[in-house]
Design a protein around this ligand. Sequence first.
Ligand code: UD1
Ligand code: CA
Length: 447
Amino acid sequence: MKTEAVILAAGLGTRMKSDVPKVIHPLGGRPMITWTVAASREATGRDPFVVIGPDSEEVKRAAGEGINFIEQKERLGTGHAVLQAASQLRGQCDQVLVVHADLPLLRSETMQRLIDMQERNPGPLTLLVAHSGVSRGFGRILRDAEGRVVGIIEEAHATPEQLEGHELNVGTYCYEADWLWDHLSELPLSPKGEYYLTDLVAMAVKEGGEVAVAMLEDMEEVIGINTREHLAQAETALRRRVNRHWMLAGVSILDPASTYIGPDVQLGKDTVLLPNTHLWGRTVIGEVCHLGPNTIVRDSVIGDRCKVEISVLEEVTLESDVEVGPFAHLRTGTYLGQGVHIGNFGEVKNSTLGAGVKVGHFSYVGDATIGENANIGAGTVTCNFDGERKHRTEIGPGAFIGSDTMLVAPVRVGREAHTGAGAVVTKDVPERGVAVGVPARVIRKVK
Ligand code: UD1
Ligand code: CA
């Protein structure tokens, strides 16, 4: 059977008190709606249809590639929102899975279960129900004396007796497609002046159709986002989920509550994450690394057996056995060869450091190429900016740069050359030469 997914994302999300549409608030490092898009795609094997409100360019951009957008010009309720998909979907599939975009933790497996149940259901729909004493403003499932589902009542319209019900409407359904399209336009207007999708349940029951119920097992999945408090709860739940995944895959996490791993991050086994480590973007970490505490890594590739302590790394590549920190800042375009050591208060940007280079203390290395095993003394600065343009510094393999050397770029220091402490190097230093002073002059040349 062919099932298409319709994701509802046209609501205003007024309870978020935000200028940003609710469904694109970040969750786990990416826009909220992308979680639902990914899960529904996995469940149906197809690109979903997403119902958006007018002026939703931001939502379109954030939701990602391959999505079929449908505009709901007036926000007249969840039933009206699904109806907008009718013109594109009628006659195109056997079943329709409807999911709310503000339920980002709902797993694809759960959606799949609903689809499978509806395939076996002789009636027109299957709905997802959660059992909980905490209602979170969800609609209540109504049952008759025999225990058959007869309808759904919104919290706002429920009697005190109905409010006591602990069966909640999650907001995820699978319908027989033709039945859905035929009945959506017959939905009654609710007391709030909207067309409620939930009223389809009572319509099905009235016709004698079977309403199948799937029970949700993991309550974490129903953290629906209506307020920023819910958003924070979802963030915590998602973090638990992601961290659990990595611990099962062989990564040690000392304090999962303070460890943040983005959805696109990859980690090798026997790597250890210390508290307050944040790994974001397309970061790839090798095996047996020690990261943290207090470390941020974004869009970087780190080899095996690296150690990064109290440092910030953005768009950098580290080969294996590299040691960074404490208190280092590695910026875009940094490449550190095998066994490089960057000590405290080192900053490196747009530079390539060969294997075994040591930058022990208080240094700025920008727009530089440093050969293997060079030693960069404390306080060395590549003066790469002349006020208008950036220039490059080249340091040969095995060079020894004395403490507090200023390398005024563009400049080259040859292989195994030395600079004296406090040298201000404005001219090239030849291979194995020695330069000292301000400005530095070469006092030794080697033939
Ligand atoms: C809805 C359900 C409620 C359920 C709850 C759980 C109805 C009438 N109520 O209430 O039974 O327990 O979800 O998730 O369906 N949307 C549109 N267009 C609209 C209105 C809403 O696309 O005109 C979208 C929203 O963006 C959102 C979803 O539909 O993703 C649900 O809307 P929301 O206003 O959050 O409904 P709830 O009050 O949470
Ligand atoms: Ca909601």
